[in-house]
Design a binder for this molecule. Structure first.
Ligand code: FES
Ligand SMILES: [Fe+2]
Length: 384
């Protein structure tokens, strides 16, 4: 994203406020509640979307040096991400080639991954290196045929991406580029390689993943749902929202756009005048704030249950040994979670309503067009 586009977007927010409006769709919509409580529907979404599209495994800073590894639960099961001696990243299914035990639980730094069950060990490139008692117990085993099962992966925009579905003849770079499309320059602008993880907060909430996702695509609720936390910093029901391929960009202007004379300025920084949300289909939100990014990741556990991880990404040169700096970011992480918990709790209430089945449908206003567009996009992916 260049400075011209930043300025354009901030000015569009100022215009919106002047005209007392927000980005609107053509009409209102009614939504079938079955898609939030149908098991078959979730299975289709898992198969056609979550197990097919590229997704973020880790932020690069989570493997910040050679010989580091970390396990992570994802939509295609538990994975191990490693950074080998040469700095190359690899992603494998976290399943031992002996009897399938999980090899890694958490993170560490070592040249070998050792299965906790019978101590088969693997290199960080996935090769099976040693098998206790191999001569007597597994005389027929060929180690070369029993490497860890690899998931194609690529490091880009400061994240490690898994690409579960690669057609022959296509490079990972191409597949990721095509999937990200017009959101890619925005991720570039976010400057992920110069960030590091401060802290993750992870919790399971009882609602369908789409209910939580929809909540991120409108600001209509800010003044009410967040009245005790962030509402006073934002404009009421004003947002500039665009769909970028299957992804979305949501500009949520802060009170900073009230400063007089801004329309005459040549450059207006997006970070200084708004919080900018990038929704990367299907399960990543990047909330870009003035000096950091909140990365929110969703994982469907059941039709009415989702695991949500909120990760605060901060500039990589922040000295966290400095008590003041640490407590600044701690406070930030805390406020983010306090605010987002307000959203998640409302989502749980919506799930109860749709599960109880007494509502004929849910309703989206013209200002909630992006929620409809998201659901249309999901329908399109299900048909592919
Ligand atoms: S299951 Fe891993 S060594 Fe046996
Ligand atoms: Fe919210």
């Amino acid at each position: 994203m260049n400075k011209h586009l930043e300025t354009q977007l901030v000015k569009a927010c100022i215009d919106s406020k002047k005209n007392k409006t927000t980005t609107l769709g053509n009409r209102e919509h009614q939504v079938d509640i079955a898609k939030y409580c149908c098991e078959i529907r979730l299975k289709q979404e898992m198969d056609k979307i979550f197990k097919k599209l590229p997704f973020i495994v880790l932020h690069s800073s989570e493997l910040n040096e050679s010989n580091r590894y970390k396990s992570v639960d994802t939509n295609i099961g538990s994975l191990i991400a490693t950074r080998d001696t040469n700095g190359e990243v690899h992603v494998f299914h976290n399943s031992c080639r002996h009897r399938g035990a999980k090899i890694v639980d958490g993170s560490g730094c070592n040249k070998l991954l050792v299965c906790p069950y019978h101590a088969w060990s693997y290199s960080l490139e996935g090769e099976l290196k040693s098998v206790p008692g191999q001569m007597h117990c597994f005389p027929e085993l060929n180690k070369a045929d029993n490497t860890l099962i690899r998931v194609p992966s690529i490091e880009k925009h400061g994240f490690i991406w898994a690409i579960p579905n690669v057609n022959e003849g296509r490079s990972l770079e191409e597949v990721l580029g095509e999937y990200l499309g017009d959101i890619a320059p925005h991720l570039e602008w976010m400057d992920g390689p110069n960030l590091k993880v401060f802290k993750h907060t992870q919790k399971v909430w009882n609602a369908n993943w789409k209910i939580f996702t929809e909540g991120g695509l409108e600001t209509y609720h800010f003044s009410f749902a967040h009245k005790d936390t962030i509402a006073r910093n934002f404009q009421n029901n004003i947002a500039v929202i665009d769909q970028l391929g299957m992804h979305f960009r949501v500009i949520m202007p802060t009170r900073a756009i009230d400063k007089p004379g801004l329309m005459q300025q040549e450059y207006l920084s997006l970070r200084e005048h708004s919080h900018t949300l990038f929704y990367v289909m299907p399960n990543a939100f990047m909330l870009v704030q003035e000096n950091h990014v909140e990365w929110i990741s969703l994982r469907p556990i059941a039709v009415d249950q989702s695991e949500i991880t909120v990760t605060t990404l901060i500039p990589c040169n922040e000295d966290l040994d400095n008590e003041k700096t640490h407590s600044y970011w701690q406070k930030n992480h805390h406020i983010t979670n306090l605010t987002l918990d307000e959203d998640w709790k409302l989502g749980v209430g919506i799930q109860e309503s749709v599960t109880n089945g007494h509502l004929p449908f849910l309703r989206y206003g013209k200002n909630e067009w992006a929620l409809k567009a998201l659901n249309d996009e999901i329908e399109r992916l299900l048909l592919e």
